[in-house]
Design a protein around this ligand. Structure first.
Ligand code: CAA
Length: 258
């Protein structure tokens, strides 16, 4: 029996797949689901056999947001004291690359969860939005910050202030989404991308992720310096020697993750 009730966690080769599984609530993110997603992703991250992770939902909903029914009666003192939603921050500390495969609704916390992943592959049915304002709250899992960095101030303000959704085309044009694929192909394409990532050197893939993420935290000059030092450090790995030797010898590299 699975140790999880609100998600499915399975391995597909070197890829860990986490599927949100509360279909009756359109995968609304309640506390149990939050704990289970974080635990499953962290377990895959700690597993040396796993090189990348896919987070996905159902065809109708990646996730329709934080669970409104669970939140409804909470008081300020409660949400403040328990630092409600802060557990999600642990996903940002995960070092393995994470691909979000998004079909249907990715609203509120659903959009925020997708944005905590490293990139989003969307089906042509995907709908993104931060509709919290319609409930008398604002985004609480980083939406106002990550959406603004992804799509710029104009569209982030539009979405956060009007609560409207944007479709996959608009999201791709705006830079939120890396690729759009037909709904029927979504999981295959996401798995393919994750499998490609997992076939690279794991430490080097993590360095690439770390370097891109640093761009959100620092100035350009500091970020370029950070990148340069990490680039230099790749030369301390066996995988740099193997990758370049394989190119010169016109063969496929055999990375040893070291
Ligand atoms: N929380 C709790 N339950 C939810 C939910 C949510 N976010 N979204 C949907 N559900 C439940 C519905 O209550 C319904 O349950 P019942 O059958 O028991 O009534 C079931 O899922 C199916 O939903 P609908 O009948 O509403 O389905 P629909 O196809 O008519 O509409 C929808 C789909 C447009 C996504 C609509 O469900 C909706 O608007 N959901 C809420 C979206 C939202 O406001 N999200 C933001 C939440 S706040 C947040 O996320 C804060 C944050 O920053 C983290």
């Amino acid at each position: 029996m699975s140790e999880y009730e609100t998600i499915l966690a399975e391995r597909k080769g070197r890829v860990g797949v986490v599927t949100l599984n509360r279909p009756k609530a359109l995968n609304a993110l309640n506390s149990q689901l939050m704990r289970e997603v974080v635990a499953a992703v962290e377990a895959f991250d700690a597993d040396a056999e796993i090189g990348a992770i896919v987070v996905t939902g159902s065809e109708k909903a990646f996730a329709a947001g934080a669970d409104i029914k669970e939140m409804q009666s909470k008081t300020f003192a409660e949400v403040y004291s328990e630092d409600f939603f802060s557990e999600w921050d642990r996903l940002s500390a995960v070092r393995s690359p994470i691909v979000a495969a998004v079909s249907g609704y990715a609203l509120g916390g659903g959009c925020e969860l997708a944005m905590m992943c490293d990139f989003i592959i969307a089906s042509d049915t995907a709908k993104f939005g931060q509709p919290e304002i319609k409930l008398g709250v604002i985004p609480g899992i980083g939406g106002s910050q990550r959406l603004t960095r992804a799509v710029g101030k104009a569209k982030a303000m539009d979405l956060c202030l009007t609560g409207r959704n944007m479709d996959a085309e608009e999201a791709e044009r705006a830079g939120l989404v890396a690729r759009i694929v037909p709904a029927a192909d979504l999981l295959d394409v996401a798995l393919d991308a994750a499998t490609t990532i997992a076939s690279m050197s794991l430490p080097i893939a993590r360095m690439a992720k770390e370097a891109v993420n640093r761009s959100f935290e620092t100035t350009l000059a500091e970020g370029v310096k950070f990148e340069r030092r990490v680039f230099h450090s790749t030369f301390a790995t066996a995988d740099q020697k193997e990758g370049m030797a394989a190119f010169v010898e016109k063969r496929t590299p055999k990375f040893v993750n070291g």
